[in-house]
Write a protein that binds this ligand. Sequence first.
Ligand code: NDP
Ligand code: 2IT
Length: 447
Amino acid sequence: MKNQYLCKIYDNVKAKNLNEPEFLQAVYEVLNSIEPYVNENSNLEKNGILERFVEPERMITFRIPWVDDQGKVHVNRGYRVEFSSAIGPYKGGIRLHPTVNQSIIKFLGFEQTLKNSLTGLPMGGGKGGSDFDPKGKSDLEIMRFCQSFMNELYRHIGPNTDVPAGDIGTGAREIGYMFGQYKKLKNEFTGVLTGKGLSYGGSLGRTEATGYGLCYYTNKMLEVMKNTSFKNKKVIISGSGNVALYAMQKAQELGAIVIAMSDSNGYIYNEKGLNFKFLKELKEVKRLRISEYLKFDDSTTYVSCSKDIWKVKCDIALPCATQNELTLDDAKILVSNGVIAIGEGANMPCTLEATDYFIKNEILFGPAKAANAGGVMVSGFEMSQNSMRYAWSFEEVDNKLKTQMENIFLEVLECATHYNDKYNFVLGANISGFKKVANAMIAQGVC
Ligand code: NDP
Ligand code: 2IT
């Protein structure tokens, strides 16, 4: 990064947010890659765009007291970052995981701003969550926690203000409890959350959207750049949650053999391919550990170290668990094993060094904010359907998702090619997403 304006902005972000490594990482990646665009647009500095772009519009933290089944009182910390409303109401998921802190919520909100811009829909960037650990909690404990979370959050959100959704640890069950509490507090039935159940305003295809979208994007990238596809490719997918499961299903439908998947404890491996129905039942219905898969299929191997999944030889790797789960060492192993494409299903799953290594080696690299935009895209469709008080068919949603994910890839490629960096889809995604946000900010004046 040589541009003085960019260096000044980054130094300032660093000084102000020293103890937020994930936020600094995300900001560095973006500032570094939009340099050619900043070099040719002096109006950005004149309008103080980057100063505002890296500072959330609003950050809320709050206490979440709740009572467990034994009557003991617990307190967790809740967050909502309303990062940018330049192009629409704040929009982004809620993460429930013990590792959640301000740095993680801010990096996710920052990334979400650019991702939502790439969808082509009018949505700003936001993110929320709590350090609450849903693992091992009863349904009633989850319900009491979600109600207490909403007891504070409800005053900050609304269908035209800020529309939360799912993320790690937040699925249909949690969204249902949060929606019920919002409705009770506001006496209002509106599309204030997305990822809702189908019986009360959810969209068909939202559950599948992120995983399916990731495969549509990756398949288009394979087709355009290498004249190939998922067909007969060996695929490994980290994680076995919402994103990973539906990436598995779509990859298989496109003809791939999914040979390894993981959870935070370990990974399962089967050279002949894993079974979607078994895994869905295990993870979505029974909420068990992935090691239990062996009870369904004893020809599968379990390795009790989730990080070792990257040592499995494959053609395509889809990291779908969490941030920084794939490091430079992992990238070197994947490349030496002949990987041809990486599709980021999780947010920022590859470290900066791993990402650079893939790009330098001309591995097809689908960066998260483009490749996993399908989830929030269908959330945007859910908002539209709620506003119309109407419901589209699964096919309608899925067709729109596929077309628009392919368009995002083409837009990213065009941008990367324009800046003479044809394999740098990180640059392509960041500049494409940023342009629209920056133009909207300039048009709206200093606010
Ligand atoms: P889920 O909670 O459904 O699943 C998360 C999966 O990742 C689980 O298998 C979990 O394993 C694993 N995991 C979570 N945290 C860690 C960790 N610290 N170390 C190792 N493994 C971990 O979440 P989602 O599938 O919804 O989200 C996965 C990723 O995709 C996240 O980065 C999220 O931000 C991103 N994303 C999600 C979207 C959505 O619509 N849901 C949209 C776009 C991106 P275990 O069960 O052992 O914890
Ligand atoms: O990271 C993401 O894009 C999500 N967790 C989905 C957000 C949404 O509003 O659907």
